[in-house]
Design a binder for this molecule. Structure first.
Ligand SMILES: [Zn+2]
Length: 401
């Protein structure tokens, strides 16, 4: 018996001693497990935390291990795509969430299907670069998704496109040869759902038991998260909050319904309120309207109108879902930060009276543009961090050894 254990007389002291004993045991076990993970090139112990490089594409120099586990320099990589109707971004993520944006492409005058071909071509190049480190490809798309297919995309020529099938065919054999990782999984999710998932895992919604996340771009999407998991619905397409009549309108919507919230509170609503057309980069134009709101009365009125519609809809959704907190990303965060009082006033007015004493806080995203990409990488690592995924990695690692 250690000398100090004899002094444990109260239950609090006994508890402290037991915790210390458990930690000593866990430390030994953890060291063994860390060594095994390092042997499988999943993690490695860095020479120092300050030695961590921000760029996943550059191998890090190795020094004397100090017991700080980090992503292995030859460890697993998730390739993530954020597909938008006017551009796409490709990034690489390591297990720790560290990322590097590798490609950003604007859509030229060409078609949406042409842009998907560009996506496939960039993916093939990056897959060759990272080789068998790639454990999966995650794609965030601006559409509700059923089984990998875009069922209501923002671009008409993406309607019904099976993104998983399209990219699996191209991505597994970029140059006609069999890729080292074999059937590298391609996972597709709705961009707003993935942005919410990312905020719950690594952003502003971390630690809340029930969170509502709203992502505003051309349209409005979102997700309800319970214990950090998206409530996806029976077919994976829940969270289409933009297609609810939350702002009192009556116009027909592109979705087939009428009076949809996104007609008033999305980028389209903001541009229409400012008297602008919908051609070109709508998100950029909407951001410009917000930036000009302080000096241009027309833009100021448009912002106030959209802020009111946004707040009113959030109030209705909080009445329905009873979340602890509401996360805002994309244009929702921009509108809120530019006009917090207008959003708050409409939000509180839309809440049922008993909720107004402690209204769930509105929290702008901390991940910003990386939200959907981060969520797409989480899909990949969720599939990878399973006995099956790890078993495939061991085979791949042995091949290169
Ligand atoms: Zn609609």
């Amino acid at each position: 018996m250690r000398k100090d254990e004899g002094a444990a007389t109260t239950s609090a002291e006994l508890r402290a001693h037991n915790l210390a004993r458990l930690l000593r045991a866990a430390r030994g076990t953890a060291t063994v497990l860390v060594r095994e993970l390092a042997g499988r090139e999943l993690i490695e112990e860095l020479s120092s935390p300050a030695g961590a490089r921000a760029d996943v594409t550059v191998p890090r120099g190795r020094g004397r291990p100090t017991g700080v586990p980090s992503a292995h320099s030859r460890g697993p990589v998730a390739l993530a795509i954020d597909l938008r109707d006017d551009s796409f971004t490709l990034a690489a993520f390591e297990l720790t969430g560290r990322s590097a944006v590798l490609d950003r492409h604007e859509r030229e005058a060409g078609s949406g299907t042409g842009m998907l071909a560009d996506v496939a071509a960039r993916l093939a190049i990056r897959r060759r670069e990272f080789g068998d480190r790639v454990v999966g490809i995650g794609i965030a798309v601006p559409s509700p998704v059923r089984g990998g297919t875009m069922v209501q995309p923002t671009l008409p020529d993406w309607q019904g496109i099976d993104v998983t099938g399209l990219l699996t065919a191209t991505a597994t054999s970029p140059d006609g040869a069999t890729a080292a990782t074999g059937g590298c999984p391609v996972l597709v999710g709705n961009d707003a759902t993935l942005a919410g998932l990312a905020e719950a895992r690594r952003g502003v919604l971390r630690g809340y038991s029930v969170a509502l996340h709203l992502h505003v771009a051309t349209g409005i999407g979102g997700v309800l998260l319970a214990a950090g998991q998206p409530v996806a619905g029976a077919h994976g397409s829940a969270g289409e909050f933009g297609h609810m009549p939350l702002a009192g309108g009556h116009e027909p919507c592109r979705c087939g319904s009428t009076g949809c919230w996104e007609l008033d509170a999305g980028a389209r609503g903001l541009l229409r309120a400012a008297g602008l057309g919908e051609q070109g980069d709508r998100m950029l134009a909407a951001t410009e309207v917000i930036a000009a709101a302080a000096t241009d009365p027309g833009c100021g009125q448009a912002l106030a109108k959209v802020a009111g519609a946004l707040g009113r809809g959030i109030g209705a959704l909080v009445n329905a879902q009873d979340p602890d907190v509401v996360g805002l990303s994309g244009l929702a965060a921009e509108v809120y930060q530019a006009s917090p009082d207008a959003v708050q006033t409409a939000y509180l007015a839309g809440l049922m009276r008993f909720r107004r004493d402690a209204p769930p806080a509105l929290l702008p995203s901390t991940l910003g543009d990386l939200g959907a990409l981060t969520g797409a990488s989480e899909l990949v690592f969720d599939a990878f961090l399973t006995p099956r995924g790890l078993a495939a990695w061991r085979v791949a690692a042995q091949k290169t050894a």
